[in-house]
Ligand binder design. Structure first.
Ligand SMILES: C[S@@+](CC[C@H](N)C(=O)[O-])C[C@H]1O[C@@H](n2cnc3c(N)ncnc32)[C@H](O)[C@@H]1O
Length: 287
């Protein structure tokens, strides 16, 4: 029988049961917070809404910067989940020519492939997310939802969607990738919850450094004091997750061979929800 989430307090149990708790359809419903009326939403959803806006803006600004610097960029979304959010943002930049994603759960990858294959007609309805991405770019206002998917399908084949397990030393689970060739790696709302301890957190950053070409960039969006991620979790109990701080992140990134270019912080007002205390977005380049 499925154990209540509040009883899960060691990483191994969380890791081994992840697919019982992380349901792609439920997670994607949480993204609907983006279109909610702020006055009517409860505090949990209001936090969700501001975090998602923070997330989309941060990724979009990061990609815009990469594209001002280079042409023909190849990017990877590490721990992409069932969501095409970062990939759709990337799709509309002509300077991004190849898009990859990876995640731990096959259920997430299958859900994502369904959305990709059907150009958003099955799976999640991305129109609100696309509207929000569009609102940040005057020049993209002419792009319809379909155009975003046409671009994404050109740049991301189904082979570009990989399995990863960030708790392992070999994060791509034996699959050979083209190390040292990526122009950018994006990872949002994944890492603190995906690794068992601080050393594993550092290992992932070192692996990302090896993925990137020299001068390539990482956009890492992560959470402070985050509990087990589950969209409808309404508990104040903190379950296991690596408790990162800005100082810890700085040290890890430098040790992993990065130069930190920017760190944006966001603290949540509501202290009584399950989403931890705040979010951080770091932009760093491989030295
Ligand atoms: C909160 S979701 C974030 C998804 C996506 N990046 C986004 O911003 O919408 C966390 C993701 O971490 C993934 N994850 C959890 N443990 C993992 C692990 N050990 N290795 C890789 N991914 C993992 C989950 O499958 C889930 O898709």
């Amino acid at each position: 029988m499925q154990r209540p989430l509040t009883e899960i307090n060691n990483y191994k149990e969380k890791h081994d049961n992840y697919e019982n708790y992380f349901i792609p359809q439920e997670y994607m419903r949480f993204w609907n917070a983006l279109s909610l009326d702020k006055e009517k939403a409860d505090s949990e959803l209001r936090v969700g809404q501001s975090r998602m806006r923070f997330n989309i803006r941060a990724v979009n600004d990061f990609l815009a910067l990469i594209c001002r610097r280079n042409q023909n960029n190849k990017i990877h979304d590490l721990g992409c989940g069932p969501s095409l959010m970062s990939m759709l943002s990337a799709a509309a930049f002509p300077q991004i020519t190849s898009i990859e994603g990876s995640d731990f759960l096959s259920s997430n990858l299958n859900y994502l492939k369904t959305s990709l294959n059907s150009k958003g007609k099955e799976g999640y309805n991305y129109s609100k997310i696309i509207e929000f991405i569009n609102s940040m770019h005057e020049k993209r206002e002419h792009l319809s939802s379909d155009d975003y998917f046409v671009e994404l399908n050109k740049k991301c084949q189904l082979d570009n969607i990989l399995k990863c397990d960030l708790s392992l030393d070999d994060i791509f689970c034996g699959k050979e990738i083209q190390w040292g060739t990526y122009d950018a790696v994006v990872s949002t709302m994944t890492l603190t919850d995906a690794v068992p301890n601080e050393d594993a957190y550092k290992n992932v950053l070192m692996k990302v450094n090896q993925m990137l070409r020299k001068g390539g960039a990482l956009c890492l969006l992560d959470l402070f004091n985050q509990s087990f991620w589950y969209p409808s979790l309404k508990t104040k109990d903190k379950l296991c997750a690596v408790n990162i701080t800005p100082r810890f992140l700085e040290q890890c990134l430098v040790e992993a061979g990065f130069l930190i270019e920017e760190m944006r912080l966001m603290y949540f007002d509501e202290k009584h929800c399950s989403h931890g205390e705040g979010a951080v977005c770091v932009r760093a380049t491989k030295k």
